[in-house]
Design a protein around this ligand. Sequence first.
Ligand code: ADP
Ligand code: CIR
Length: 360
Amino acid sequence: AVDADVVKKIEGAYDILQKDEKGHSLLKKYLTKEVIEANKNKKTAMGASLWDCIQSGVANTDSGVGIYAPDAESYTTFKDVFYPIINDYHIGFDISKGAKHPPADFGLNKLNFPNPDSEGKYIVSTRVRCGRSLQGYPFNPLLTEAQYKEMEQKVKSALEGLTGELAGTYYPLTGMTKEDQNQLIADHFLFKEGDRFLQAANANRFWPTGRGIYHNKDKTFLVWINEEDHLRIISMQKGGDLLTIFKRLIEGVNQIEKKLPFSHDDTLGFLTFCPTNLGTTVRASVHIKLPNLSKNLDEFHKIAGKYNLQVRGSAGEHSEAVGGIYDVSNKRRMGLTEYDAVKEMYDGIVELIKLEKSME
Ligand code: ADP
Ligand code: CIR
């Protein structure tokens, strides 16, 4: 059974969320009293309670989402709260009505993404990332220190077998100088440290043990190990040549999945720690300058939303836009294929650039 003090915390979450008028998280929207009553005494086989899922969103009432799954089973055990959040975030995918995420399809034989900014006026850089989890391991809050080390070794050896353009080196966070780490973060290659949302989710335990980054010489192909997800596979470069960047990501995913078994579910697609990243797990983004369009920020967010795009700041989620540079990406990752997720970003950016030009 769930400890009495944990049940109390779950019950108390309702008021904490509802009383913060500035809070607009999906957790606040869907964690009703009924959901709390029906779920406060449940646990997954690995021991995760509803509190383990919601504690980040309760500690950070300014969360956008506010919930994480400590293990894959949490998504179904606590589906009363996860499913409505998944439906809301991944526009058009109705898991509550039995929808299943489609099988993976990167669309390799039909890719056609001519640079939407051939003069290089608007797009600073382009990046596509996806997340993967290793079969047989839970997510961050339930991992032991020994598992972190074991996973790091497994992924490191797999990556050291990559060939061609993807060949590179693994750099563990343990032992990396602060200077090198900060430079990699400033250049947008490495995850930040001490994220308060992950911290409150119990996802930063034993840091920096087991965490690190692999990259090729040009830093166009990168893999994050054991940050928010077991693996984040990333392809990026300056400019707007999405085709080259996406093809490199596909090649990377294909090579890595020959060496490592990934967790996949018929309904949820590829499994990740945060419900926003399930399904394709794909976030395709541009760093882009749209000075006219972004003059009115509310309007900019609204227009981006029309194309199912999400706007973030220059250093990623929960950051500010520096020098007028915004991160614009596909919002939904579930209920569509990898190809469609990337195309959604591409088509939306083509439209935003058209709009920007019409305002010049
Ligand atoms: P994630 O992409 O993994 O969801 P973040 O939003 O925190 O996480 O972004 C991670 C890093 O990737 C940040 O440094 C961010 O600035 C960088 N980034 C995202 N998109 C681009 C892009 N198109 N070009 C360059 N850097 C990018
Ligand atoms: C939030 O709710 O704002 C954070 N927990 C982040 C949610 C989505 N982002 C992510 O998974 N990187």
